[in-house]
Design a protein around this ligand. Structure first.
Ligand code: HEC
Length: 123
């Protein structure tokens, strides 16, 4: 079974890499490095609370699944979804929508932008 598992991991990695190729530019000239963003999602362990497609082991169920979050109309049901608003949300969800259940994690602005670029690959 080891080789089967390896194959699965390899193909998941290939899918994740293909999904995150290059820089994502939004309609408001937003730029972020989606590839770096995937690594950061792992680093900050967003997957302990969220189910995130393309990120191995990210199957948390504390917050909503992030499937197709890149095409969602609202963030957290209140904030117009745009790359800038998404980056602001990740940088400080309590500033974006005080009192909501996602904690402030002290994420620097550039990291938040790269994570937002990754989330925008989820269509
Ligand atoms: C401790 C649990 C927790 C962690 C860790 C966490 N989140 Fe969340 N997140 C939540 C909860 C709870 C919500 C729902 C907030 C709401 O809708 O009021 C949420 C909402 C979101 C949303 C909006 C989803 C939607 O359907 O509108 C995004 C995007 C998001 N989180 C991204 C992230 C990213 C990226 C990370 C890692 C940097 C992260 N979260 C880490 C708990 C968490």
């Amino acid at each position: 079974m080891v080789s089967g598992t390896r194959l699965l991991v390899a193909s998941l990695l290939a899918m994740a890499t293909a999904a995150c190729e290059g820089k994502a530019a939004g309609p408001d000239n937003f730029t972020g490095d989606a590839r770096r963003g995937t690594d950061l999602v792992r680093h900050y362990q967003c997957g302990t609370c969220h189910d995130i497609p393309g990120v191995a082991g990210a199957d948390g169920n504390v917050g909503p699944p992030l499937r197709r979050i890149g095409t969602r109309t609202y963030i957290a049901g209140f904030i117009q979804n745009s790359p800038d608003n998404m980056a602001d949300w990740i940088e400080d969800p309590q500033r974006a929508l005080p009192g909501n259940a996602m904690p402030r994690m002290g994420i620097p602005q550039q990291d938040a932008r790269d994570i937002a670029a990754f989330l925008y690959t989820l269509k």
